[in-house]
Design a protein around this ligand. Sequence first.
Ligand code: PMV
Length: 319
Amino acid sequence: MSVAVAHANIALIKYWGKADRALNLPAVPSLSLTLAGLRTRTEARLITGAEDAVTLDGRPAGGRPRARVIAMLDQLRARAGATSRLAITSHNEFPTAAGLASSASGFAALALAASHALGLELTRQQLSALARQASASAARSVFGGWAELLTGCEHASPIAPPEHLDVRMLVAVTRRGEKAIGSTEAMLHTAETSPYYDAWVSSAGALFTRGKSALLARDLPELGRAMEHSTLAMHASMLAADPGVLYFAPESLAVMHAVRELRGRGFSTFFTLDAGPHVKVLCPSVEAPAVAKELRALPAVLELLEAAPGPAAELLEAP
Ligand code: PMV
């Protein structure tokens, strides 16, 4: 049996839109931070049955989640020249898991565990390219710390180690059990119907360069401003789709305003939102206790998770 763990990542500069749908190549460059604590643990074991067995968070998977796993296993089998079936058991060890994206950590851990079980020794770049085909953001979770996924590149690459900037990402959970529109569907809908999609794509390169330069210069306020700009520009492109894609909940807006208020009081706090209502807040780690206390006091915040920059995906010793 092979066991791998991988951590969720949050994009500071967002990926939204596909340059090639079949290959799942992003239309814009993105920059992310992998987060400690928000971890997926995946086991892969060769079995003798006629079909793969896929268990996600304790339940047999069906439909699209299962199909996405099998697609990756089929690719790996073709590469290994193998026909063996696998039993995949994956568990999200997120403190609440409520509506937080787990596909990034999930597919990064699956790529590592399943390739190892089939006897393949893939490079980080090959693992990242494999994960990207299932979910583009998963390409970044193969790496620890700060990573980028460039347009026209099949894999993500590390930019800086976790300790490069001493920050925390506070995840404000604002709703439970909401079934949002999936990111793939929402991206395609935005590209097809939003008059702002082309503007989003053409401005993304400059935004990425701004964010990456600020990161390399360890300029957290500038990185934070670029991060807010990226998420708001991404959501603006979706809001202008027909019908508009509205991931913001009233609670999300309350947290966004609170973050800006904290900034007015001298804190270096910045927000970002993905394809859901939760708000992720970036701040220097010295400010994290005070910012967390303020955010926990908001009626809009059901739960607050605190994450430090995290490590790369890795294989564990099988029990
Ligand atoms: O990789 P996907 O299909 O889960 O899309 C991720 C999209 C965002 O989370 C909104 C942005 C990003 O870069 O992670």
